[in-house]
Ligand binder design. Sequence first.
Ligand code: GRF
Length: 194
Amino acid sequence: MKKIAVFISGTGTNMQSIVKACEDRIIDGAEVSLVLASKPSAKGLSYAKDKGIATEVYLYGDKDNGQISKELIEIMESHSIDLIALAGYVKVLPEEFTKRFDGRIVNIHPSLIPLFCGKGYYGVRVHEEVLASGMKVSGATVHYVDSGVDTGRIIAQDSCPILEGDTPETLQKRVLKIEHRIFPEAISRLVKTI
Ligand code: GRF
């Protein structure tokens, strides 16, 4: 059984979709063994606890990248983690850490990368910018994580229309539906290769 760690900062609906996909064996041969949050108030932590999944809160504080990498690697090793899924994790991971898990860290982003991504593009802000641009489609992207922000190789994408009268919130909801489908699907394929 491969062990997945899901990193979150907020509600964790993508994390829940991964947990569920493991339970339903859409992701076959793997389980979510750890949910790591960047802050204690991350709502998704209570879902993980209710499911009996181990949780960790890891605070960057004023630690330098070397210390952050070392401590995060130790946490991953103590849970024998094979694959890391960033699901709404707002912290940037240091290069030493991403290199250590090269090809085994993936992220979900709520736009069609390379559009509307990079530093500062998270949460509802992404959808505000998409609507302001006049685009007629948006979507979600699963990609490998490297030391940049949203710069790793793309694994999967799907798109949805932008409708007349959309608000950032209605678009966010439509995109989130795509995320909940393509992220577990991508992880399921990846699990077979690692
Ligand atoms: C999602 O839109 C994801 O693409 C982005 O952050 C949001 C997290 O939502 N990276 P949730 O916490 O999974 O509900």
